[in-house]
Design a protein around this ligand. Structure first.
Ligand code: P1T
Length: 392
């Protein structure tokens, strides 16, 4: 898939160099350190009361965070990025762009935590929330006169549906709504929503961008300067900032982003193809497979796919749990995007907060297993699946 890239768009040029060097020239630091020093201080000395050179308090600005934000903005083709203490922290900040009486139109297959935040927190502040399936025609039908934000994941968590970002952005613009795209599953290496017309890109940096399962962080990226300024204001005044040490860790993680993503892509395709041909598997969901109902759209707007896929096991919850417990190389845990391969039974884990009826309508059933395929040796992953499927 690497050279022809499986028919996907060509990969962004110079992206690895950007992820490693952008904003991090040794000339910038006091001792010309090759790796940027971490600035841990919370506050900064003033020459006279009220005279601030650049930074005053680290909630307002911090050199390590600033570098991370500028690199992420550049990777996403944006002008301004702001980072937060978690992916959900960044979505909480999005809510603060709205006011009572505004409406969010959200894709129906969305991370369970995002669903809860919108339906159980947003609504308490008088923000209306409703849901649409992944088709732009459905968004058009469900848009209201007070819709101020359209929020989508693409591919979605966990059923890997794809939304046409370019088409949806036209609809959002026509109605004066902001289009937010959660780019967590792909990272800017595989998809750049701002280029396709989105207004805001959201990330759980906790996942692929950091990639090592040891940081919780989120980000919002925009092109528009006014929105960028407002988000900076909210970041400071809502106090949802990440620690400088965590910012350093994400910067470090991003240096290997492209290598990791290439391996995630190869491994997830190998796992998807293996599972698709296995008699104990009912169906596989992976945008890189020609059997995916939106494979052509995926190729149009993505330059590759990550380690995320889902599969329906032939059998009930007991059989599915037995399969999950038999795995040795795949760890049963929520979260995704790590070097380690993870599996989840979303119906009882990441999406247990979504009402059962809605879960089933979306296909998040008791036999749906989500795989976050890591970067281990492909053969070891396939062998693990083989032995676990043999147990059921
Ligand atoms: O975990 P946090 O950094 O707060 O990110 C929230 C979030 C946002 N968007 C997407 C697409 C996500 O998948 C998540 C978090 N998801 C999991 C923890 C999970 O296991 O699906």
């Amino acid at each position: 898939m690497s050279n022809t890239n499986g028919g996907f768009l060509s990969l962004p040029k110079g992206f690895s160099t950007m992820a490693i060097h952008e904003e991090q020239e040794p000339e910038k630091w006091a001792h010309k350190e090759v790796i940027m020093p971490i600035s841990l201080t919370v506050s900064y000395k003033q020459s006279e009361p009220g005279i601030v050179k650049k930074y005053s308090h680290s909630r307002q600005g911090n050199p390590t965070r600033d570098v991370l934000e500028r690199v992420i903005a550049k990777m996403e083709n944006g002008n301004c990025a702001t980072c937060y203490g978690s992916g959900l922290g960044s979505i909480t900040t999005l809510l603060a762009l709205l006011k009572q009486g505004d409406h969010i139109l959200c894709i129906d297959d969305v991370y369970g935590g995002t669903y809860k935040l919108f339906t159980e927190v947003g609504t308490r502040f008088g923000v209306e929330v409703s849901f649409s399936n992944c088709n732009v025609t459905s968004f058009a039908k469900n848009i209201r006169s007070n819709t101020r934000m359209i929020f989508v994941e693409t591919p979605t968590n966990p059923t890997l549906q794809i939304v046409d970002i370019e088409e949806l952005s036209k609809l959002a613009k026509k109605h004066g709504a902001l289009l937010v795209v959660d780019n967590t599953f792909l990272t800017p290496y595989f998809q750049r929503p701002l280029v396709l017309g989105a207004d805001i890109v959201m990330h759980s940096l906790t996942k692929y961008m950091n990639g090592h399962s040891d940081v919780s962080m989120g980000a919002l990226v925009v092109k528009d300067e006014q929105i960028g300024k407002r988000l900076k204001f909210l970041q400071e005044h809502m106090g949802v900032v990440p620690s400088p040490f965590d910012c350093y860790q994400v910067l470090r993680g991003m240096k290997t982003l492209t290598l990791r993503m290439d391996q995630h892509r190869e491994n997830s395709l190998a796992v998807a193809r293996y599972l698709e041909n296995h008699p104990k598997i009912e169906k596989v969901l992976h945008p890189g497979l020609p059997s995916h109902p939106q494979h052509e759209l995926a190729k149009k707007q993505m330059s590759g796919h990550s380690g995320m896929l889902a599969a329906y096991i032939k059998g009930d919850i007991v059989t599915t749990k037995k399969f999950l417990k038999s795995l040795k190389c795949f760890t049963l845990a929520p979260s995704l995007g790590d070097s380690e391969s993870l599996v989840a039974l979303n119906a009882v884990m990441t999406h247990s907060g979504v009402p059962k009826e809605q879960r089933e309508k979306l296909g998040i059933t008791d036999n749906l297993v989500r795989f976050s395929v890591g970067i281990e040796d492909t053969e070891d992953l396939l062998a693990d699946l083989e032995q676990a499927l043999a147990q059921i």
